[in-house]
Design a protein around this ligand. Structure first.
Ligand SMILES: Nc1nc2c(ncn2[C@@H]2O[C@H](COP(=O)(O)OP(=O)(O)O)[C@@H](O)[C@H]2O)c(=O)[nH]1
Ligand SMILES: [Mg+2]
Length: 232
């Protein structure tokens, strides 16, 4: 849940990437880490096992100062997808303001997507959050692979549900920042309705978006480097 500290003039939002194992959640976060200005984002903490699967969770904070003097922090998490890590997923989901559901576009993984969606709905409920109320976008990742669900099928998913749908090839950085901007805008608008955020903080949606998504201005961008963080 959004945390206000009006005395310290600080606000913290939480965004969680959810989805089945290996759908590309960590890859999304790595791209975001690479694109954003190193001065406005913290370390990307990734805890991978040797088989490239997230064991606990990934976390990266992003922050900026508004013209009105508030510090805005956005903490971005990913959950581990493996079935056995359900209790970790539940804890990571606690207090989420916005969720990106990263689905795997491969036809053979439709069932895994569905199971993860059900598991997410259940974990939201246990955390006192409502699937129909929480800010959520869906990302169909791995568009580069053969045997993926067609654009028409994805358009159909978008028509059926209320969540905005994005297509991505995270491994090439495609669709990642669009997805993030989508969830940030939805989350901001919903928090604004609930908490009168723009008036309280004297910040507009666009200042929020450009503040969080400020790209790196280093020539050529920073070279990608995965920073290991010990979360134990
Ligand atoms: N072909 C392809 N592979 C991807 C894409 N995104 C991620 N991957 C790969 O899928 C595997 C799992 O990605 P990861 O981000 O660790 O998944 P997570 O379990 O959801 O965090 C890794 O080998 C990634 O390189 C994509 O868009 N296309
Ligand atoms: Mg991961």
């Amino acid at each position: 849940m959004v945390q206000f500290n009006l005395k310290q003039r600080e606000i913290t939002l939480k965004i969680v990437y959810y989805g089945p194992a290996l759908s590309g959640k960590t890859t999304n976060l790595q791209v975001i880490h690479q694109v954003l200005d190193p001065d406005s984002r913290g370390r990307l903490m990734v805890l991978d096992t040797s088989d490239d699967r997230t064991l606990f969770f990934d976390l990266m904070p992003v922050f900026f100062k508004t013209q009105s003097g508030f510090t805005v922090k956005v903490k971005i998490f990913t959950v581990p997808g493996q079935v056995m890590h359900n209790s970790t997923r539940r804890v990571v989901l606690q207090g989420a303001d916005g969720v990106v559901f990263t689905a795997d576009s491969q036809k053979s993984l439709s069932k895994a997507n569905k199971e993860s969606w059900r598991d997410m709905a259940n974990n939201l409920k246990i955390n006192g959050l409502d699937l129909n109320e929480i800010s959520m976008v869906i990302q169909f990742n791995k568009r580069d692979l053969p045997e993926v669900r067609s654009d028409d099928e994805i358009a159909e998913v978008a028509r059926r549900g209320k969540e905005p749908v994005y297509k991505a090839t995270a491994i090439r950085g495609k669709g990642v920042m669009e997805t993030l901007e989508g969830i940030l805008r939805l989350t901001w608008r919903s928090l604004n309705v609930k908490h009168n955020l723009e008036e309280k903080l004297q910040v507009t949606e666009n200042e929020f978006i450009t503040g969080v998504l400020k790209p790196s201005d280093r020539v050529g961008g920073p070279s990608f480097r995965q920073e290991e963080g010990d979360l134990r």
